[in-house]
Write a protein that binds this ligand. Structure first.
Ligand code: AMP
Ligand code: ZN
Length: 487
């Protein structure tokens, strides 16, 4: 089966009945909230800049993919078919992010004494595993690799050269940004910022600091190189997105997403390449997510302040605790990570799962429409206001105003949008002392001693310490029961 047929909407999943519901998004291009209207009625084409697979994705990167997944879920629930691509960068992205430094894939290959292709395979799999753990339906997304689209990237660069948008230098073919009117329009990047952002002295002969490489002449030891009209070489980083979008989704697409760090250079370069080559609008709605920060700084591999999903799981959290944590902030607001905040998100999700189990029983999983559900939908369809949507979900589930069937209807809708497994919460399993780490057994015993000598302050301190390690304590008739907090 071809990928298009595999993608959502072409096979088992029917389009919504009638006209899709109204959804509003903030478009970085206009800087304001707009009613979403796709190019073709009922169908959405969406592209998200993907990972450079020389290393694991950290939780900052993962925020960007939970964000695009929330767009996807909201549109599907509103009645659209969504065709999605996330590219896998396995060549061309240099350590300097611009036109300087070694190729990140070569750095990864040297670090692990293997080939760029082996590195790409390894980290692509880990990336897809990570986002699957966050309830992102990876079977519905196409993940093309840049090295599989070399022909298309060369064809695009050639068109740009033929149309007079590119010039040759000793080390490659460059895009001439001054030939493209409106360069820098995304995010309103000024000339001064463009000059500051790109270093002209790095390449002799560059006509403007913002000009960028389309095709780079191979250096003798380049591990990945191909023949081209400009000699052997490899593609610049930006051209892969323009080329894969044109091949897989069309010349004009509905939504393009990425982290806000891509606005200034990468996305303005994609626009310049695609609109210059195709002579038409490239993207209708540009959407960007704000950073995840660690102690006030952007989480990034180069700053060394990153946390991985595996670290979170190792500490006893469910991966969806991270998803809940992301959803507590609006996608356009920076979000500061801390273990305490993650623990709070994990226990909130745990409580939500408990509520949901009870409501499933009371309602016998029968759903009825309600005002609460309508208002939940309206909130999310207004630029994905996930914090307010969570608050309205909590209010309604705790309220006595709604019948269990109405609450169950809301849970199903919330589940479809938020991807928190609300309708199918994971089973909670109590720990026996045999599978309890020794340290926990000790703390639990100390807490019992404190309780029996009525030292409640000490007992509470120990409970908090146990909970910090990812467990919950319940005092049952046969003594305390320990359960992994979100398992
Ligand atoms: P990269 O692998 O660096 O190209 O990044 C993959 C995606 O993660 C891009 O959409 C980036 O904008 C995004 N990203 C990188 N660092 C962060 C961060 N600290 N917070 C949020 N998004 C990020
Ligand atoms: Zn891109």
């Amino acid at each position: 089966m071809g990928w298009l047929a595999r993608m959502r909407g072409d096979t088992e999943k029917p389009a919504g009945q009638g006209r899709p519901a109204h959804v509003f998004f903030t478009n970085t291009l206009s800087g304001s909230k707009e009613l979403f209207i796709p190019l073709k009625p009922g169908i959405v084409t969406m592209y998200s800049c993907g990972p450079t697979v020389y290393n694991r994705a950290h939780i900052g990167n993962l925020r960007a993919y939970v964000f695009s997944d929330t767009i996807d879920r909201t549109l599907v629930a509103a009645g659209y078919r969504v065709r999605r691509v996330i590219n896998i960068t396995d060549v061309g992205h240099l350590v300097g992010d611009g036109d300087e430094g070694a190729d990140k894939m070569a750095v990864g290959a040297a670090r692990e004494h293997t080939t760029p292709a082996a590195i790409a395979t390894r980290y692509t799999k880990l990336f897809i595993d990570d986002i699957s753990e966050l309830n992102i339906a990876t079977d519905d997304i196409l993940f093309p690799r840049a090295t599989e689209y070399i022909k298309e990237q060369i064809a695009l660069a050639k068109t740009l050269e033929e149309k007079g948008f590119a010039y040759r230098l000793h080390d490659g073919l460059y895009f001439d940004t001054q030939k493209f009117p409106g360069y820098g329009k995304l995010g309103g990047i000024s000339d001064a910022q463009l000059e500051a952002g790109a270093r002209v002295e790095v390449v002799k002969g560059k006509r403007h600091p913002a000009d960028f490489v389309l095709w780079r002449t191979a250096k003798p030891n380049d591990l990945q190189q191909w023949d081209s009209p400009w000699g052997r070489g490899n593609p610049g980083w930006h051209i892969e997105c323009s080329a894969m979008i044109r091949s897989l989704l069309g010349q004009e697409i509905d939504i393009h997403t990425g982290g806000e760090d891509h606005i200034g250079v990468h996305h303005n370069n994609e626009i310049a390449q695609s609109e210059a080559a195709n002579g038409r609008t490239f993207v209708r709605y540009w959407m960007h997510s704000a950073f995840l920060t660690m102690g006030g700084e952007k989480a990034s591999k180069s700053l060394g302040n990153v946390v991985y999903l595996s670290d979170i799981v190792e500490k006893g959290f469910h991966p969806l605790a991270l998803r809940y944590f992301f959803l507590q902030a609006h996608y356009r607001t920076p979000l500061s990570f801390s273990w305490d905040a993650l623990a709070a998100a994990g226990s909130a999700l745990d409580r939500l799962w408990r509520l949901s189990r009870d409501i499933a029983e009371e309602s016998k999983r029968t759903s009825k429409p309600s005002e609460a559900r309508d208002s939940f939908l309206a909130i999310l369809r207004d630029d994905l206001a996930t914090p307010q949507a969570l608050a309205s979900l909590w209010d309604a589930l705790r309220s006595e105003e709604y019948m269990p069937e109405e609450k169950w209807g809301l849970i199903e809708t919330a589940d479809a949008h938020l991807g928190l497994s609300l309708a199918t919460p994971p089973e909670t399993k109590a720990l026996t002392s045999a599978d309890m780490p020794a340290e926990l057994q000790q703390m639990l015993a100390e807490r019992e001693t404190a309780r029996s000598s009525k030292d409640f302050a000490e007992a509470d301190r120990l409970r908090a310490a146990i909970e910090e390690r990812g467990y919950r304590v319940d005092d049952g008739p046969e003594g305390p029961v320990l359960t992994p907090r979100t398992l």
